[in-house]
Design a protein. Sequence first.
Length: 294
Amino acid sequence: MDISILGIPMDLGAGRRGVDMGPSALRNANLDAALRALGHQVRDLGDVPVRVPETLNKYQDQGLVFLEEILSACTGAYERLRDLDANTFPIALGGDHSVSMGTVPGAARGRRSGVVWVDAHADFNTPGSSESGNIHGMPVAHLTGLGDARLSSIAGDWHARPEDIVMIGLRSVDPRERELVAEAGIKTYTMKDVDQLGMTRIAQETLERLGHLERLHVSFDADALDPVVCPGVGTPVPGGLSYREGHLLMELFAESGRVTSLDLVEVNPILDVRNQTAEVMVGMAASLLGQRIL
């Protein structure tokens, strides 16, 4: 398989610094070598240019912090991925999860695609529901066409359909955000569901629900995994996916042969322990792209 890696070193959408170094941490954890060992052809496209907050005035535009800079970075990511060959498998390295407003439609290349959002958070706030104005809590809402018109139109009139989105690993959702997710009709699996149903059933149901789609994008936030497994994240929430649950989910998706693109986001080396989180996330990517026990 031909794989292209693109970094978006941005932490403007988050409430604390550090995830802008995520792409470097993932590369230093030997992502390229891990994928090549599986027989893939790998090309690193470098990084989308992103300004750092120290060079900017922290302001809010319609309740959104660093809107213009985030819009510019996401548009850059969208354009880089959109122009890739149709048979290329893109891997986007964040950065905070707001980068997905550009990476998801860019990887879709204008086609209808399913989105599997593996995250402790639903990221379905809008400017009206968010208390912080931090855009990394809003990407899914904007991908579906809600929220600020500038962020929801990065790919023109392309939007992810709510019925084509599945969220896995939720355990921290704001009250109004919970209502918005329910109103949209998005399929969700909380950690309670993971405990009750098990990851095998959740993966099977996800693939069945999205069975009408030829393309699936996995957007994997490191904080979906328990902080014991991935300590280097900006918004850790206890009680997350175990190491094996994460790998099992990726292994089952790999067996389906239907995943066509991937985000690895919210790795914060400042808060990490010896690059553990980046190494775990590289392992997740390897499992999604064919690494097997036997």
